[in-house]
Ligand binder design. Structure first.
Ligand code: PLP
Length: 412
């Protein structure tokens, strides 16, 4: 059997999601901008999906912009807020123009980091905050970094490599009091943590999600944009998405994202997501975790057994609050990348948290920012469970992974 322990990279499309999408390829394929019946039908489906995503986030459907995924949402959030400032600067006397400042962190996904670096090259001041050794950014550090002209603070909700959850609610309160806008990349938080934009996150102005991290298809996503925020589109060419994202909508993908959002909400509330679609099935017959608590218990068992079976293994970000599915394991005398390849040959999909540039694997920027040496970062790898991961799969992984590590150690 193949065991997928790489859910933070992508998740499978749930059968209920696929079922909801299917009519929108061949039966109801109208362009949602068309005035005829077929177009009106798909427009209705897009707006239903918008309501479902807004319900997951506790915001107004008007505040949801559908995008092609987390990367586009992050680009749109940062560039959309700061581009108008760059445009004004281009048309005014530079000497008199007030500078603009962005605060972000060293542990962001490249979708945020690369956008921040691009804005920096074009004249935006950028601060990249360092996390503590647990991989958590402190609200006090955000407060200390604020400048009179800080326009935007962008701090991710849950880190993709370690699962460490950032104190975004607190950071947003501080930034808002200062008059800065707040963005959070919630790609790894959506569907795993409750997201309340009218409660805990009421000071967050922009929030990114991605469909393929929450059992919808790849190439789907959304950006929450709080009402009243000025946002320059990065895709031009039409009035779609209230002038914020031009282009004919990916209707099947949006419908899938909407259905996945409904299922995520039910799951977060502890309802069996499968039962929503298949009421005849008994919960006991269905594998996987029926709630975040069940997933957290499965992860915790897996982690404890790994530590017991692999001498001198440690968990990166162990002391941080973490999403319920992620383990970042460090085994100092074993190369993480070689181990991932060996595990793949034995049917386990896991991930090495590094970007491969010009053939050489760079150590994870996240782990290095937390204070690990490049060698320690190279000795780390990620196991991420999905809602569908079963006890049998964990039991099998607990046979394979320690044996693979023992083999590496015996030949070293
Ligand atoms: N942000 C985070 C934290 C991610 O983990 C990812 C994907 O791995 C992205 C953004 C990019 O999302 P997408 O793959 O939908 O472009």
């Amino acid at each position: 059997m193949r065991i997928d322990l790489d859910a933070n990279a992508t998740t499978p499309v749930l059968p209920e999601v696929l079922e909801a999408m299917q009519p929108f390829w061949r039966e109801s394929y109208g362009n949602p901008s068309s005035a005829h019946q077929s177009g009106r039908r798909t427009r209705g489906a897009v707006e239903q999906a918008r309501i479902a995503v807004a319900s997951l986030l506790h915001c107004s459907p008007k505040e949801i912009v559908f995008t092609s995924g987390g990367t586009e949402s992050d680009n749109l959030a940062l560039s959309g807020v700061l581009q108008p400032w760059l445009d004004r600067r281009a048309s005014e006397d530079k000497a008199r123009h007030e500078p603009a400042h962005l605060i972000t962190t060293q542990i962001e996904h490249d979708a945020v980091l690369s956008t921040a670096q691009s804005l920096e090259r074009r004249g935006i001041e950028v601060t990249y905050l360092k996390p503590d050794s647990r991989g958590v950014v402190s609200p006090e550090d955000v407060e200390a970094a604020l400048r009179p002209h800080t326009k935007l603070v962008s701090v991710m909700l849950a880190n993709n490599e370690t699962g460490a959850v950032q104190p975004v609610g607190k950071i947003a309160r501080i930034a808002k009091a200062h008059g800065a806008l707040v963005h959070t990349d919630a790609v790894q938080g959506a569907g795993k943590l409750p997201l309340d934009l009218s409660g805990e996150f009421k000071n967050v102005d922009l929030l990114s999600i991605s469909g393929h991290k929450m059992y919808a298809p790849q190439g789907t996503g959304a950006l929450f944009v709080r009402q009243g925020i000025e946002l320059a589109p990065i895709l031009l060419g039409g009035p779609h998405e209230r002038q914020r994202r031009a282009g004919t909508e990916n209707v099947p993908g949006i419908v899938g994202l909407g259905r996945a959002a409904e299922l995520a909400l039910a799951w977060l509330e502890g309802q069996n997501h499968h039962l929503l679609a298949s009421p005849s099935k008994l919960a006991a017959e269905i594998p996987g975790s029926q709630s975040p608590a069940e997933l957290a218990a499965r992860r915790s068992h897996f982690e404890k057994r790994l530590l017991a079976l692999i001498p001198e293994a440690t968990i990166n970000a162990a002391g941080a609050p973490r999403v319920s599915n992620t383990i970042n394991l460090r085994i100092d005398d074993v190369d993480g990348e070689a181990l991932i390849i060996a595990l793949d040959l034995q049917g386990i999909a896991a991930s090495f948290g590094s970007a491969c540039s010009s053939g050489a694997a760079e150590p994870s920027h996240v782990l290095v920012a937390m204070g690990l040496t490049p060698k320690q970062a190279h000795s780390s790898f990620r196991l991420s469970l999905s809602r569908l991961t079963t006890d049998d799969e964990i039991a099998r992984a607990l046979e394979i992974i320690p044996a693979a590590v023992a083999h590496f150690r015996s030949v070293a």
